[in-house]
Write a protein that binds this ligand. Structure first.
Ligand code: GDP
Length: 326
C-alpha cells in the first residue's frame, strides 16, 4: 500500500510542476499492482480540478513520416514561446517482441533536455485499451503538472489512431509527399479522422509537396467534413528545417477558436469523457469478473470445452455469469 502521506507529497510536488513527481505518478498509473492502482485513482481524483487546461494534440504518421523530427522541432518552438510541452505516445506494439514501432532509440534529444518539456514513451505491452487508458491518465497528470500543450503521438497500428483521436482536441496526420496517386497509400478512414493534414519533408522537394497538398485538398473536397465549421486544412511543412511549423501552430489555435465559439470543442470533450467512463466501467467489470475465484475456477475447462465445440459459447457464458452471481 502507498502511504497516504506519500500520495500527499507526490501530489504537492506534481502540482508544483516537478517532473520527477510527474514521472512517478505516471508509473503508478501504469502499474498493474492493485495498491498502486488504488493510489493512482486517489491521486487522479484529487488532481481532477487541475486537468483539462491543455491544448491536446494528437499526431499520427507511418514510421519514417517524420513524427519525432517534427514534434521535436515544434515542441522546441513552443517551449521557446513560453509553453510547457508534454509528449506522450500510444504504441500498442511497444514491449512486445522486444521492440516498438515508435522506436526505442533516444528520441527528441533537444526537446528532452528542456526544463519545460516532458517526454514519456508509450506504456508497454497489453491490449490497446489498457495502453490508451494509461496514456489518457498520463495526459491528465501532465495537465495537473502545468503542461499547457500535450502532444500524443501514434503510428497507425490497428485502432490506435481512433483511440488517440478520441482523447485530443485536434488530430493531425503527418504525411509524406509521394509521386503519382497520392491517396493510395493512405488508410481508409484516416482522412476522415484528421482535423489537419501536414505534408512533411517539403524541404526536400517543395513542388512535389505542393502537388501532394493539392491532391489531398481535392480529396477532402469530395468528403463531407466531420464538422460544418471546419474543413481540414492541408499544410506543407518540414520538421527538419522548421518551415511551416508556425503556420501549423496558427491553424491549431484557429481550430481551437472556431470550435470553442461554436461549442464543438466542449461537446467533443464531453463525449470523450462519457465514452471513457464506460470504457473504464467495462475494464473494471471484466477485471473483477475474471479475478472472481468462482469464475476463475471454471474458465480453463469451460474455455477449452467451447474451443473444442463441446459446449456452446452461450451456455458457457451463462455458467460463468451465474458463477459470478448474475
Ligand atoms: P518517425 O518514424 O515518423 O518518427 O520519423 P523520424 O522523425 O524518425 O524521421 C524519419 C527520417 O526522415 C529521418 O531520417 C529524418 O531525419 C527524416 N526527416 C524527418 N522530417 C524531415 C523533413 O522535414 N525533411 C527531410 N528532408 N527529412 C526529414
Amino acid at each position: 500500500m502507498i502511504p497516504a502521506l506519500d500520495i500527499d507529497s507526490l501530489e504537492h510536488r506534481l502540482v508544483a510542476g516537478d517532473r520527477a513527481a510527474l514521472a512517478r505518478a505516471i508509473t503508478l498509473v501504469e502499474s498493474r499492482r492493485a495498491d498502486h492502482q488504488v493510489a493512482a485513482r486517489t491521486l487522479l481524483s484529487r488532481l481532477m480540478p487541475l486537468t483539462g487546461r491543455a491544448q491536446r494534440i494528437g499526431i499520427t504518421g507511418v514510421p519514417g513520416a517524420g513524427k519525432s523530427t517534427t514534434i521535436e522541432r515544434f515542441g522546441c518552438n513552443l517551449v521557446e514561446a513560453g509553453h510547457r510541452v508534454a509528449v506522450l505516445a500510444v504504441d500498442p506494439s511497444s514491449g512486445r517482441h522486444g521492440g516498438s514501432i515508435l522506436g526505442d532509440k533516444t528520441r527528441m534529444e533537444q526537446l528532452s533536455v528542456q526544463a519545460n518539456a516532458f517526454i514519456r514513451p508509450s506504456p508497454s505491452g497489453g491490449a490497446l485499451g489498457g495502453v490508451a487508458r494509461k496514456t489518457r491518465e498520463a495526459m491528465l497528470l501532465c495537465e495537473a503538472a502545468g503542461f499547457d500543450v500535450v502532444i500524443i503521438e501514434t503510428v497507425g497500428v490497428g485502432q490506435s489512431e481512433t483511440v488517440v483521436a478520441d482523447m485530443v482536441d485536434i488530430f493531425l496526420a503527418l504525411l509524406i509527399p509521394g509521386g503519382g496517386d497520392e491517396l493510395q497509400g493512405i488508410k481508409k478512414g484516416l482522412i476522415e479522422l484528421a482535423d489537419l493534414l501536414v505534408i512533411n519533408k517539403a524541404d526536400a522537394d517543395p513542388a512535389k509537396a505542393e502537388r501532394s497538398a493539392r491532391d489531398y485538398r481535392n480529396a477532402l473536397h469530395i468528403l463531407t467534413p466531420a464538422h460544418p465549421d471546419w474543413t481540414p486544412p492541408v499544410l506543407t511543412a518540414s520538421g527538419l528545417t522548421g518551415q511551416g511549423l508556425d503556420v501549423l501552430w496558427t491553424q491549431i489555435l484557429r481550430h481551437r477558436e472556431v470550435m470553442t465559439a461554436n461549442g464543438a470543442r466542449a461537446a467533443r470533450r464531453a463525449d470523450q469523457d462519457a465514452r471513457w467512463m464506460w470504457a473504464m466501467v467495462r475494464d473494471r467489470l471484466e477485471d473483477a469478473f475474471k479475478t472472481a475465484p468462482a469464475v476463475a475456477a471454471l474458465v480453463p475447462d469451460l474455455e477449452t470445452a467451447v474451443r473444442e465445440g463441446e459446449v456452446p459459447a452461450s451456455a458457457a457464458a451463462d455458467r460463468l455469469l451465474a458463477a459470478f452471481g448474475l
